[in-house]
Design a protein around this ligand. Structure first.
Ligand code: CDT
Length: 307
């Protein structure tokens, strides 16, 4: 049996601080059209794909800061992306900064949505593992203020029946934590979408790592997550030099065997495409990584998980 989902990992080059939603959405639609012309079912965009990665600096102007968040999905210029996807009958996952809550108690999340071929939102995820700091570090060449601009996601790691299988989402730093993949796999995830914004240098934690080591760890965690959970992982970067910050590329599609089957070559807007057979998850999920049969959480002592 085969259950093929043809997936395009839609890497983005840098998004400038002054680039507005119309301009960015035009770039996203260009990639969407390429993917549709290539017969794709699903396009995976990076983390915070609608704006520059503003946690890299302190935004002192409240109007500018507010402009980076979406109050509804879709709203404004982003509606065009949803309409075009529905017209082309192609689904997508999209990372964005979300403003939720009320005017009195606003809540901010680093979120992603999964959208079906009919242009409707299937599900949402809010990033749980927020890296960096809640306070400014003037000694750093750029900031990583995700803990200042976002609160920890409150939706857990949900999975969704979609595209003929079970799909889950995670965002950027989540990929470094084995719990992410495992919690999704325990619910049957067969394909995990994963957008990221990762600098080639980390001015805070992990100093001393070379760019080569950081590139290696990027693929290492996604390949291990795919293999140990027998799931497809679609990792999609924001690449190139964005407002002076050198971003890692490395966009790739990882098979349930842990092998990379497609990857981008440039630092710009580019697709990596693969036919992801969801049935290729079955040998691992029914074999070595049959979680119900072979996992032993009751023997993990203090590390016993709730589920
Ligand atoms: N966006 C995000 O989660 N980035 C972190 C790196 C932060 S280092 C400055 C990541 O794990 O890729």
């Amino acid at each position: 049996m085969t259950r093929i989902v043809r997936v395009a990992a839609a890497q983005l080059g840098p998004i400038a601080r002054l680039e507005n939603r119309e301009q960015v959405v035009t770039r996203l639609i260009a990639l969407l059209r390429q993917a549709a012309a290539d017969g794709c079912d699903l396009v995976v965009y990076p983390e915070m794909a609608l704006t520059t990665f503003f946690p890299h600096w302190e935004v002192t102007d409240p109007v500018e800061l507010e402009s980076y968040y979406e109050k509804a999905m879709p709203e404004g210029a982003v509606t065009r992306l949803f309409e075009e996807a529905a017209r082309l009958k192609i689904g997508f996952s999209l990372g964005y900064a979300e403003l939720a809550g009320t005017a009195d108690t606003p809540r901010h999340f680093n979120s992603s949505v999964l959208v079906g071929k009919d242009g409707r939102v299937i599900g949402k995820y809010r990033k749980i593992h927020l890296p960096g700091y809640a306070e400014i570090h003037p000694e750093h060449p750029f900031q990583n203020l995700e803990k200042m601009y976002f609160e920890v996601g409150d939706l857990g790691f949900p999975v969704f029946d979609a595209f003929g299988g079970t799909l889950g989402m995670c965002i950027c730093n989540d990929r470094r934590w084995p719990e992410t993949y495992r919690l999704l796999a325990l619910q049957g995830a067969e394909l995990i979408t994963l957008g990221y914004n990762t600098p080639l240098h980390n001015p805070g934690q992990d100093t001393g790592q070379s760019p080569e080591q950081r590139r290696f760890h990027n693929h290492l965690c996604m390949q291990a997550g795919a293999y140990q959970n027998s799931s497809w992982v679609v990792g999609v970067a924001k690449a190139g030099i964005e407002e002076g910050c050198e971003m890692m590329a490395g966009t790739c599609i990882v098979a349930p065997t842990g092998e990379i089957v497609a990857e981008t070559k440039t630092l710009g807007d580019e697709l990596a495409v693969a036919d992801c057979d969801l049935d290729a998850c079955i040998p691992g999920k029914r074999g070595e990584f049959d979680l119900a049969l072979n996992r032993r959480p009751e023997h993990y002592g203090l590390l016993v998980e709730a589920s």
